[in-house]
Design a protein around this ligand. Structure first.
Ligand code: ADP
Length: 218
């Protein structure tokens, strides 16, 4: 089963995916992370991807579809995965249906002002990827990762006010119609992620148990 996480930037998809991936033993596939890693090299296509990402615009559907299809065909994902950041529009959603129908969609519903604050405060460990937030969830000790002890942290270049407003605009225009599409099917579950990380985590686990049970029944 593929668990799809849909929600605005800053809704907690990445944070929950990290936790759930360990608890359910499902690999985490984030198209944002894949694209960020791919743009380290210097070729022209990568430069365009980098530009689109830093401006908060979507990367070309064909490219992202191709990447996701390639990932999902790997052996390590044959028992499923958590797909975070894909699909983001109807075209990608329709494409995914040609790859697999075994999906459950979890919609992270959160207010706009909370997402903005979360994005402006977020950073992650450069070594193990653990996500933190300077307003809500700092490392226990200053400048030291709780998980691996590293003192190197990364701030995403697209986490600035201008790019955030653009990403929210794209989200409303492109992703809302997809959520509407999924809400008409049986496999959309909505979770309110305005709350505390632990509360969200508990509800996520309940939803996943319910979703896999419902899938088994059908
Ligand atoms: P967020 O959800 O916080 O905006 P992500 O890490 O999921 O962050 O994505 C960062 C950027 O990567 C997006 O703004 C977009 O440019 C690109 N991206 C990620 N996933 C997709 C996708 N499915 N389709 C097109 N572009 C994508």
């Amino acid at each position: 089963m593929i668990l799809i996480f849909i929600g605005p930037p800053g809704s907690g998809k990445g944070t929950q995916a990290q936790v759930l991936s360990k608890k359910l033993n499902l690999p985490h596939v984030s198209t944002g992370d894949i694209l960020r890693n791919a743009v380290d090299s210097d070729d022209e296509d990568n430069k365009l991807v980098q530009k689109l990402m830093s401006e908060g615009k979507l990367v070309d559907d064909n490219l992202v579809n191709k990447i996701v299809k390639k990932f999902l065909s790997k052996d390590e994902y044959k028992n499923g995965c958590i797909l975070d950041g894909y699909p983001r529009n109807l075209e990608q959603g329709k494409f995914l249906e040609t790859v697999t129908k075994n999906i459950v969609v979890i919609y992270f519903n959160v207010s706009e002002d909370v997402t903005i604050k979360r994005i402006l405060g977020r950073f992650s460990c450069a070594q193990c990827g653990k996500i933190y937030n300077s307003y809500y969830s700092k490392p226990k000790e200053d400048n030291k990762c709780d998980i691996c002890g590293s003192d190197k942290f990364i701030y995403r270049t697209d986490d600035n006010k201008e790019s955030i407003m653009q990403r929210l605009k794209v989200y409303k225009a492109e992703t809302f119609p997809l959520i509407d599409y999924y809400s008409k099917q049986k496999y959309l579950y909505t979770i309110n992620t305005d709350r505390d990380i632990k509360e969200t985590e508990k509800e996520m686990l309940d939803i996943c148990t319910k979703a896999s049970y419902t899938k088994l029944q059908n």
